[in-house]
Design a protein. Structure first.
Length: 186
């Protein structure tokens, strides 16, 4: 399979396209043919290795522990590992393929990836692969912020600073859906 491989920290210049073996799904994993993957700030942080503390948090001190960047994907299930229920070959899915913290490579920027089944959802039919791949990390951060931390209620005033960014676009829509009166900056 073709994959983008990060050889060292340093941005996009540290990446090349290489042929790698197609992964096999392990227990609890799903082999997904990646149709779309998103790029967002977390990817940039791992590619550049900045801030430096992120290297100590799991990304890899000198070079990445997982050489294939990317966290969010959308695609079609090719095979499932042992213990996986709810997904079968041919299902369209989206979700995250990074395990644990976001500050490391997850392997989404490849033709195939093996996320854990618990980190995937069936892809809504009305979404394209590209739209679905853009949602997992940014949408989850916005949902946790608006619903869980902010507990936005009808009539509440909500300021979304950075509304033009990945998380901000979701936060504006979620705050409005919860009945908030939204002011947005970008």
């Amino acid at each position: 399979m073709k994959a983008i491989v990060q050889n060292s920290c340093g941005g996009a210049a540290s990446c090349t396209v290489k042929d790698l073996p197609t992964p096999e799904p392990g227990p609890g994993e799903v082999l997904v043919r990646v149709r779309a993957a998103s790029l967002h700030a977390d990817i940039w942080h791992v590619l550049t290795g900045r801030p430096y503390v992120l290297r100590l948090m799991g990304a890899g001190v000198v070079h990445p522990k997982n050489p294939v960047p990317g966290t969010d994907l959308a695609g079609r299930v090719q095979a499932v590992g042992s213990g996986v229920t709810g997904f079968a070959p041919g299902d369209d899915v989206f979700g995250e393929c990074v395990r644990g913290i976001q500050w490391k490579n997850g392997g989404a920027l490849a033709e195939f990836a093996t996320p854990q089944a618990k980190d995937l959802l069936p892809m809504p039919e009305r979404l394209t692969y590209e739209q679905a791949a853009a949602a997992p990390t940014s949408g989850l951060i916005a949902l946790q912020t608006v619903r869980d931390e902010g507990r936005v209620k009808a009539g509440q005033l909500v300021l979304v600073n950075g509304a033009g960014g990945a998380v901000g676009t979701f936060a504006v829509q979620l705050a409005a859906a919860y009945g908030g009166r939204v002011t947005a900056t970008t």
